[in-house]
Design a protein. Structure first.
Length: 282
């Protein structure tokens, strides 16, 4: 005998489907509008609906050629890559070491230290912006690549949470066995613990990379020089009201958006695995 679903259950399922479709459209529609705009000429930007592609015979790639031919795009790639590489290296090193010490060792004031770390995560950035700007300026880092690097390393302590959750799943018996075999704490961490943190490290690297690549506020505020442009501040050339080249802006957004999308698509399973690690303990 077939199970018949009640009208209430059917209606609930329909509502769920509508909500899912609506959320998908909220994510996909802006991307489609940007791609459509990047394929239009200046005239088609005015004469055609934003929701439609231009006629096939008027689809153009000139906007992409214009953006790819701009020297500041490649300067932005270089600067973004430098900031990204240095920030990620220090985030991983400092994050793993700090998380390991907090998770494995008991010391006086540990609860206070942990509380301060997580309190820092709760304080909105704009509240401390004036103090942070003064610190960066007093260190002589204003208008240098060091300014965003220091900020990305010092702020956003999300990696501590991920690493602590992951380390909590590693049995302490493993540490004790290594110490009995003659390892010191540096060898224990470098040869055993750090390699085991690879899934969590992949998660941190992916999330941090996407955040840094997409950030416009910090590079714009702390590095106004043309030679220090990043990918996001490079787009501001095309957003300038005097130029009004919205189709070129759309092409630039598509070009800069591709690396972020590819990173997420290829490594999303590591994000889910790393965030979920430690959620369930046996």
């Amino acid at each position: 005998m077939l199970n018949q679903r009640s009208p209430r259950a059917i209606m609930a399922q329909i509502i769920k489907q509508i909500i899912c479709i609506g959320m998908t459209l909220v994510v996909i529609l802006p991307i489609l509008l940007t791609v459509f705009a990047a394929l239009k000429t200046r005239g088609d930007m005015v004469n055609t609906s934003p929701l439609l592609l231009p006629p096939l015979d008027r689809i153009t790639l000139e906007n992409f050629e214009t953006v790819l031919g701009n020297k500041y795009l490649w300067i932005g790639f270089k600067n973004t890559l430098i900031i990204l590489a240095v920030s990620l290296i220090f985030n991983v090193l400092l994050g793993t070491i700090t998380a390991y010490i907090i998770e494995r060792f008991n010391f006086r004031g540990k609860k206070i230290v942990v509380g301060l770390f997580f309190a820092g995560m709760l304080v909105p950035t704009f509240v401390t912006e004036i103090a942070r700007f003064k610190i960066i300026n007093s260190l002589g880092l204003y208008n240098t690549l060091g300014a965003p690097i220091v900020i990305y390393i010092a702020s956003d302590l999300m990696q501590l949470y991920i690493y602590r959750q992951f380390i909590s799943t590693i049995p302490q018996a493993l540490d004790e066995s290594a110490l009995l075999d003659g390892c010191n704490y540096f060898q224990l961490f470098g040869r055993i613990i750090f390699p085991l943190l690879a899934p969590a490290t992949a998660t941190v690297v992916i999330i941090k990379a996407i955040t840094i690549i997409n950030d416009m506020y910090i590079p714009y505020l702390y590095m106004p020089k043309n030679k220090l442009r990043t990918l996001t501040t490079f787009l501001m050339d095309y957003a300038n009201a005097q130029q009004g080249s919205w189709q070129s802006l759309a092409a630039g957004i598509v070009i800069i958006m591709l690396p972020t999308i590819l990173i997420y698509v290829f490594f999303q399973r590591y994000i889910l695995a790393g965030v979920a690690a430690g959620a369930v303990k046996e």
